[in-house]
Design a protein around this ligand. Structure first.
Ligand code: E4P
Length: 215
């Protein structure tokens, strides 16, 4: 399973990119709104820094508008992926964008049938939202395994992005369930490094090293 970062914050992207673990970036209108910057300029900065897929979401609700926006976004850089919501108009747009050779990420996926529709429309990625399902008492991880199984049975090459990640446990579970990618908020990425025994081990090694008599 690969890591994408789920943010529009440039500093967070830069830091995670320096760790060498980053394969891509996802943004959404809420994340962009928090940044108070021009979407176009921010996408330019991000795509110049990260060579992998950078998802940029359309805000139109009709297919024509989505395709127009999608083409404008895709023209910003070759590594832009157009993020499209899971609606009938959205799938119409995904189909047209796929025919134009533009990669898409179908967002707001909450069922296996939605994932299958997205794949058949020609989506490059589907994004099932784990955390938002867990929030309403459903099992987000179960959805990932179901989609992974369906895609494997039917030899579908659309990649599964585990989205709406809330905590480190989601990462392990999504990897075991067969997600190809997890898109992770910066805070959760930093939590992945942490283990009390790692901290304790470093302290011990430093203490022992500094207590040598022959220096
Ligand atoms: C996915 O691409 C979305 O940007 C994101 O994971 C949504 O997560 P949230 O439920 O924390 O807003």
């Amino acid at each position: 399973m690969k890591f994408f970062i789920d943010t529009a914050n440039f500093e967070e992207i830069k830091t995670a990119n320096e760790w060498g673990i980053l394969s891509g970036v996802t943004t959404n209108p809420s994340l962009v709104a928090k940044e108070n910057v021009s979407f176009h300029d921010r996408l330019k900065e991000i795509t110049a820094l990260v060579p992998g897929s950078v998802s940029a979401e359309v805000v139109s609700e009709d297919a024509e508008g989505m395709v127009k926006e999608g083409k404008e976004l895709a023209a910003i850089a070759p590594n832009i992926t157009v993020k499209v919501p899971m609606t009938p108009e959205g799938m119409k747009a995904v189909h047209q964008l796929a025919q134009a050779g533009i990669r898409t990420n179908v967002t707001l996926v909450f069922s296996s049938n939605q994932a299958l529709l997205a794949a058949r429309a020609g989506a490059t990625y589907v994004s099932p939202f784990l955390g938002r399902l867990d929030d309403i008492g459903h099992d987000g991880i179960h959805l990932i395994s179901e989609i992974a199984e369906i895609f494997s049975i039917h030899q579908i090459d659309t990649e599964i992005i585990a989205a709406s990640i809330r905590h480190p446990q989601h990462i392990t579970q999504a990897a075991l369930a067969g997600a190809h990618i997890a898109t992770v908020p910066f805070k959760v990425l930093t939590q992945l490094f942490k283990h009390p025994l790692t901290d304790k081990g470093i302290e011990q090694f430093t203490r022992d090293w500094n207590s040598r008599t022959a220096k």
